[in-house]
Design a protein around this ligand. Structure first.
Ligand code: ADP
Ligand code: MG
Length: 287
């Protein structure tokens, strides 16, 4: 039988916007040793502002328009951010043959031209010579009919409560806080440093994230648990693999909410430490 106080715990959590899908997850949370975070949309807002458009051979306007049109069907936060910046109406009749390359970017036919928009990995994969100098930020490179057209430099912001979130976990005796991201090394390491995370792994493809999680799992003690916190964009398999998968419910995808054991409705990472606190109290009462 389930101790009554577990229901109290779940009820208390839900009042804080933390939806726990079963008492077993609340109980497991009390034994958390390692918390692994996704970056974009989890520790950062997932809202990128355009900082700079660096065009090569075409105009800034053309570069932006090709990128926005190619991105038009993507559900990645980069896509919505570029659409928001573009502001104009998008004519879907100009777009066909859209392909999303997870962890890389998108390829689509726009006005009959093949447009690629994504990171350096996408340019390398498609054999497009590009500007690969160290650029301090997240970059969307654009190629039109196999010719490099330049890049758009974009920047995301750290969530208001993210530093407090990591601090709260340390205060709750969590042994390791880790970040996994597909973003570039300079961006990922900067965020990790600013937040005081113990470690960060960057430039990971969606499949690499699962492999890395498996590796980190081995660091737990026998009864210890690992939580993964993500927004479900390219990390639903990682959410499913962790002992406890926690999804951001507001910005997060339906796939994330489906794959997760716990959903944070307010998208605030500081709710993880709050949930662990509730789980520990619930356990004491249950014993
Ligand atoms: P994360 O959430 O850790 O940033 P993702 O796997 O979602 O990881 O994305 C990794 C990287 O792949 C992004 O930082 C970006 O460079 C590139 N990328 C993915 N999807 C897109 C997209 N739709 N448009 C442009 N770049 C993209
Ligand atoms: Mg993500």
């Amino acid at each position: 039988s389930i101790p009554l106080s577990f229901f109290g715990g779940i009820g208390g959590a839900s009042k804080k916007g933390i939806l726990v899908k079963g008492s077993n997850y609340l109980e497991a949370l009390a034994s958390t040793e390692i918390v692994v975070f996704d970056k974009t949309g989890t520790l950062t807002k997932g809202v990128f502002n355009v900082q700079e458009i660096h065009e090569v051979g075409i105009s800034k306007e053309e570069l932006l328009e090709f990128a926005v049109y190619a991105e038009s069907y993507s559900s990645h936060p980069i896509s919505s951010s570029l659409k928001r910046f573009y502001q104009e109406e998008i004519n879907n009749e100009r777009i066909s043959g859209v392909e999303e390359v997870a962890g890389h970017g998108v390829i689509a036919t726009v006005d009959g031209k093949v447009v690629m928009a994504g990171n350096g990995k996408l340019m390398e994969k498609m054999n497009i010579p590009y500007n690969n100098e160290e650029i301090a930020g997240t970059v969307v490179h654009v190629a039109v009919d196999n010719i490099y057209g330049g890049y758009i430099l974009i920047a995301d912001e750290i969530k208001e409560d993210a530093a407090e979130a990591i601090h709260g976990l340390k205060a709750a005796d969590i042994k390791q806080t880790v970040m996994l991201t597909g973003d570039s090394r300079n961006v990922g390491e900067k965020v990790a440093r600013e937040l005081g995370l113990d470690r960060a792994y960057t430039e990971l493809l969606p499949g690499d994230k699962v492999d890395k999680l498996e590796e980190i799992m081995k660091e737990k003690s026998i009864n210890g648990k690992l939580c993964f916190v993500g927004d479900g964009i390219n990390d639903a398999p990682v959410l499913a693999r962790a002992d406890i998968g926690i999804a951001m419910g507001g910005l997060g995808s339906d796939a994330a909410i489906e794959a997760a054991d716990i959903v944070i409705m307010t998208d605030e990472p500081s709710k993880i430490a709050a949930a662990i606190k509730i789980s520990k109290k619930t356990k004491i009462i249950a014993n």
